[in-house]
Ligand binder design. Structure first.
Ligand code: HEC
Length: 112
């Protein structure tokens, strides 16, 4: 990846926005980063959750299966992983804002 990620979770999106030359609010990943995140979810997350996110080793990540679950809990699962399960932590690769963006997209139907 083209930038360094700090542990604070703040520098990542800010650096991505600077690199992309975008003027978006820090909470929304840049269009370039959004493409990377979509690719990452389909490839890396898809290896367990299924390329169509209908489930595999991990549960389905579809709007219907996530609808009743609290967003903060889903974000925490992505960032911190789930101890005792195959779900790994993603904090080295994703800032919290990015995980939140992914959860919002998953809940409305993930883009191709
Ligand atoms: C190595 C396999 C694996 C990978 C890779 C993986 N997951 Fe998971 N994930 C799991 C498993 C297994 C669970 C279920 C954990 C449990 O039993 O509570 C899970 C749970 C979750 C949940 C909670 C779902 C729910 O219904 O509560 C979310 C959200 C999630 N993963 C998102 C992601 C995202 C986003 C990625 C990529 C950044 C990812 N996962 C990558 C295996 C994986």
């Amino acid at each position: 990846m083209g930038w360094s990620m700090s542990n604070s979770g703040i520098a990542g999106p800010a650096a991505a926005v600077l690199l992309a030359g975008a003027t978006l609010a820090a909470a929304e990943p840049s269009p370039m980063r959004q493409k990377e995140l979509i690719h990452m979810v389909r490839q890396d997350c898809g290896s367990c959750h299924g390329m169509t996110l209908r489930g595999g080793l991990g549960p389905a990540l579809l709007p219907a299966t996530l609808a009743d679950k609290p967003v903060d809990g889903l974000v925490a699962t992505i960032i911190g992983g789930r101890a005792g399960t195959a779900m790994p932590p993603w904090h080295r690769f994703l800032a919290e804002d990015e995980a939140r963006w992914i959860v919002a997209r998953l809940m409305e139907g993930f883009p191709q």
